[in-house]
Design a protein around this ligand. Structure first.
Ligand SMILES: C[S@@+](CC[C@H](N)C(=O)[O-])C[C@H]1O[C@@H](n2cnc3c(N)ncnc32)[C@H](O)[C@@H]1O
Length: 229
């Protein structure tokens, strides 16, 4: 766990507070009306009253809190490893909790086949490998249960830099060595997988693909997969 916590902090640029602020600030836009419409169409149909739900890489628990308020009869479990997220959890209702665990090699925190739906939002690119987590998700899901993966995917360098620095040219004097090195390091971390790579891993773990949607002009993908009934 300690090694993973160091690796996450490195990925977060050595500034956990900043990472926490960024995910909190972008939470509402990422979970807007369109998101909840998607949720109602692709996830709610596989949920029955009282079914368990999970959020992997839960940050400060904002999504766990939202699910707990929406589904008061369900138990919601979030999993998170970074101490600066776990120490700043939002208030959670009685039917929700966020547990500390390393999703590079998850422990059996919930019973097999007890969960109707699992969310994995912006987590996969932060793991050293996601295979053991996908296998755990498969075990935890009920037959017919669904996993949603939303994440950054590979894009050409030009798209990445243009998005990161909309008003700057690559050779612009405003881009210092520090900024360039930061951009190129993050380019590697944020460009780990093509959508096809994530699909390949999920299918290898036994999942059936239900939906694949390109988001943010191809910088991100949203996948819904199902454990066959
Ligand atoms: C980009 S944040 C997204 C948070 C939240 N899912 C959201 O969409 O707002 C990724 C989260 O995954 C957590 N994380 C990264 N690696 C992890 C691991 N090995 N085990 C558990 N959590 C991890 C990070 O600490 C961070 O809180």
């Amino acid at each position: 766990m300690q090694k993973t916590q160091q690796q996450i902090l490195r990925h977060h640029g050595g500034d956990g507070e900043h990472a926490r602020k960024m995910i909190s600030q972008t939470y509402a836009e990422r979970h807007n009306e369109a998101f909840w419409q998607f949720w109602a169409q692709q996830i709610e149909p596989v949920m029955k009253a009282g079914d368990g739900l999970m959020d992997l890489g839960a940050g400060t628990g904002l999504f766990v809190q939202a699910l707990a308020q929406r589904y008061p009869d369900s138990t919601i479990v979030g999993i998170e490893a970074a101490p600066y997220m776990l120490d700043a959890l939002v208030d959670l209702p009685d039917n929700a909790e966020v547990l500390a665990d390393d999703l590079n090699e998850p422990t059996e925190l919930v019973e097999a086949e007890s969960i109707a739906a699992i969310m994995c939002n912006m987590l996969v690119h932060e793991l050293i490998q996601p295979v053991l987590m996908f296998q755990a998700a498969y075990r935890w899901l009920k037959p017919g249960g669904r996993l949603c993966v939303i994440d950054l995917v590979r894009q050409p360098l030009q798209n990445y830099l243009t998005h990161k620095y909309p008003n700057a040219e690559l050779t612009n004097a405003n881009l210092s060595r520090e900024k360039l090195e930061d951009a190129f390091e993050h380019f590697l971390e944020h460009n780990r997988y093509h959508a096809e790579d994530i699909i390949y891993m999920l299918q290898t773990c036994g999942f059936k693909i239900v939906e694949q949607t390109e988001l943010k002009n191809g910088r991100m993908v949203r996948l819904v997969v199902e454990k066959p009934a």
